[in-house]
Write a protein that binds this ligand. Structure first.
Ligand code: SF4
Length: 359
């Protein structure tokens, strides 16, 4: 029997499993082999919004597929485009929750930053998503569907790179993220090379161990934001549960070079002492460092490090032999800080009815 929309959809399954389910179903109907081979590519490779759009199939079969294997969708609530080309999407899920993705073009590269949870429980002080709290985990389809929807709308938007840096902590939703990684990477899924897929974590040690156990070499980024534990803990409460030393130990299992993400916040993590501690850590781990200006929309109570101080901080890292890149703050004229668009949309939305879902 086909999976129903209320439980798991065919798009929540790893491609190999989806292929078996569809093939068994089609073989049960007595469809010829060539017909069966036409079904699977319509899931991810050449996606259709609904089976009825797969006009290479007979109309009766399309109608039956739509009844028995309905393809779920994410509803686009709003899209914003920045003058720098960054585009931000707010999607509504089946139960009314909303999540965000950000598409960042850079030369030939199109990097899509995707969400793995609606909201987040971890409360990092510089993050708009953290302030809204945790709503729920996303399903594999709701994660990879963020790409599927873009491709349905415009195949030219298919991202070359994917980063799990949107709403939520991916390694706290490992069962779904694990399947999502397979769909992203598999040749009969989206076929994005593992080197072009980055999982960014605050340092959930069991999840890091599970990710390191995958045979593909997905990239790991650690949201570090301070190399001195006493400076990191007030910024990232999760440091109490998984102290930095344990996170770094778990990171040693990754064969590919790791990246430290470091948002510079005035007076909190941008002194020379902070830079020197970061140099020592990055050297020990052989890590690249991405320095990010604090997005002004992400945390109104914190001040971004001024540009000259960012340059001095980066220069100090480089003099210490560290490969450090200062990332441009993208989409400054739109709500591109993680979680910001959802928060703003909720502020402008009519109040939820009593007992209803608050957006
Ligand atoms: S930075 Fe990431 S882990 Fe921290 S609160 Fe925001 S979404 Fe959660």
């Amino acid at each position: 029997m086909a999976i129903t929309a209320e439980s798991t959809s065919i798009l929540d399954l790893a491609p190999a499993e989806a292929r078996v389910r569809l093939s068994d179903w089609a073989a049960g109907l007595g469809l010829p082999e060539y017909r069966i081979r036409q079904l699977h590519p319509r899931l991810w490779d050449r996606p259709v919004a609904r089976w009825s759009d797969a006009t290479e199939l007979p109309a009766e079969l399309r109608a039956r597929l739509d009844r028995e294997w309905p393809l779920p969708r994410l509803e686009l609530v709003t899209e914003q485009q920045s003058s720098d080309g960054t585009r931000k999407f707010l999607w509504r899920l089946g139960d009314g929750e909303t999540i965000e993705s950000v598409l960042i073009p850079s030369g030939a590269r199109r990097t899509l930053c995707i969400s793995s949870q609606a909201g987040c429980a971890l409360g990092c002080v510089f993050c708009a998503t953290g302030r809204m709290g945790f709503r729920r985990n996303l399903t594999p389809f709701e994660i990879v569907g963020q790409i599927r929807e873009l491709v349905l709308r415009n195949p030219a938007d298919r991202p070359s790179n994917v980063v799990f840096m949107g709403m939520g902590e991916p390694l706290l939703n490992w069962p779904a993220v694990e399947v999502a990684l397979t769909i992203l990477n598999a040749a009969d899924g989206l076929g994005i090379g593992a080197r072009h897929i980055t999982v960014s974590t605050v340092g959930i040690v069991p999840g890091m161990q599970a990710l390191a156990g995958r045979p593909e070499q997905f990239r790991l980024a650690i949201s570090l934001h301070a190399a001195i534990p006493d400076r990191r803990r007030p910024l990232m409460p999760i440091d109490k549960r998984y102290p930095l030393a344990a996170v770094l130990e778990a990171a040693k299992a990754f064969r590919k070079r790791i990246t430290f993400e470091y948002v510079l916040i005035a007076g909190r993590n941008d002194s020379n002492t902070d830079a020197d501690a970061l140099i020592a850590l990055a050297r020990r781990m052989g890590a690249l460092v991405n320095l990010l200006p604090l997005h002004p929309g992400g945390a109104p109570h914190l001040a971004p490090t001024p540009a000259p101080r960012i340059r001095a901080f980066a220069d100090r890292l480089r003099s210490g032999g560290i490969e450090a890149v200062v990332r441009k703050s993208r989409g400054l004229d739109i709500s591109a800080a993680c979680g910001q668009l959802r928060v703003e949309h909720a502020q402008h939305a009519p109040p939820a009815p009593p007992g209803g879902e608050e957006l």
